[in-house]
Design a binder for this molecule. Structure first.
Ligand SMILES: O=C(O)CCC(=O)C(=O)O
Length: 305
């Protein structure tokens, strides 16, 4: 059993805010020492990009990367690729928070670190994680572990309040999944977006159906965000068990409580991410096909603002 009681980390008011808004920020889940350890582990992984000429199974490169001047956009699956991130995934304060929000039986659906480095970090277009990985019920969320202080100017996550209670938006272009919505073909009020800011060591929790994005990092300070995607153990990925491999592999993804082969089925609007994007491997790759981008990028000027 987790040694920390959920209410001591997340108050009832925070839990209620998560249910209403679809996201919350919780300070001090991780200590300064934890953050330092994670940053050192991340530096090791980034250094392994030196000499690379293309993305790998672990490293996704910025468009401006060169083998001599490594620029990393994303580390894929850090929980599987470095013991420090696996340890932080099982941190008692994180498990207590997740227990408060989605219950005691918890599964890791995936992990990643989006680096958004000072001066050149790529934006992420508006999307719902649910469009990428719908489940049998929507007790599914992403934890954003702030490895740097997040401020308005260094490209923090942006969330639209209460969007998790609305539709699942179309993330297709010309009939093919691209992993982003067309900002001009929706009636979303982007002015309502809330910037998810906080001190390093804080965490955000956003529901899988919450509409979110983040702009480019135009500041002189890095914005490194570790994301753990967590599902209730009885939320099964509608794209099928084949993605996990086997029951034994599924059991290995349980981070608290117990596995179950009895999915809980709760109606929620679903649109599957098929046909697959022409470029896959990361959200940056699938969104690179988007013509009508919300954010300006270095190699493609914004068309909408
Ligand atoms: O890193 C960010 O700011 C956005 C991350 C995100 O939404 C994603 O990778 O799905």
């Amino acid at each position: 059993m987790n040694p920390i009681e959920p209410e001591t980390v997340i108050s009832d008011a925070k839990t209620a805010a998560y249910r209403e808004d679809g996201f919350i920020i919780v300070e001090d889940i991780y200590s300064a020492d934890d953050v330092q350890e994670m940053c050192a582990a991340l530096d090791e992984l980034v250094e392994s990009a030196r000499g690379l000429t293309d993305h790998t199974a672990v490293i996704d490169l910025e468009p401006s990367h060169t083998p001599d001047n490594p620029r990393v956009r994303r580390i894929k699956d850090p929980a599987a690729n470095h013991p420090t991130f696996d340890k932080m995934l099982h941190h008692p304060r994180l498990i207590a928070s997740l227990t408060a929000l989605i219950g005691p039986n918890l599964r890791l659906h995936g992990s990643k670190i989006n680096l958004k480095s000072a001066g050149f970090g790529s934006p992420v277009e508006w999307h719902q994680d649910w469009a990428f990985y719908p489940h049998t019920n929507d007790d599914v969320l992403a934890v954003g572990v702030m490895l740097d202080d997040m401020k308005e100017e260094n490209g923090p996550l942006l969330c639209i309040p209460a969007s998790q209670t609305g539709p699942t938006f179309d993330h297709h272009q010309d009939g093919r999944f691209v992993g982003a919505i067309d900002p001009e073909r929706s009636d979303i009020d982007f002015d309502k977006a809330v910037a998810i800011t906080g001190k390093a060591g804080s965490c955000s929790f956003h529901h899988a159906r919450t509409l979110h994005a983040s702009g480019p990092n135009v500041s002189g300070r890095d914005r490194r965000l570790l994301l753990f995607q967590i599902a209730a153990a009885d939320a099964w990925d509608l794209r099928g068990m084949d993605r996990i491999g086997s029951w034994e592999e599924y059991e290995k993804t349980i981070i608290a409580g117990e596995a179950t082969n009895a999915p809980r089925i709760v109606p929620a609007p679903v649109r599957l991410p098929y046909p697959e994007p022409l470029k896959s491997g990361s959200i940056y790759e699938s969104q690179s096909a988007v013509r009508n981008k919300f954010f300006e990028t270095q190699d493609q000027p914004a068309t909408t603002q």
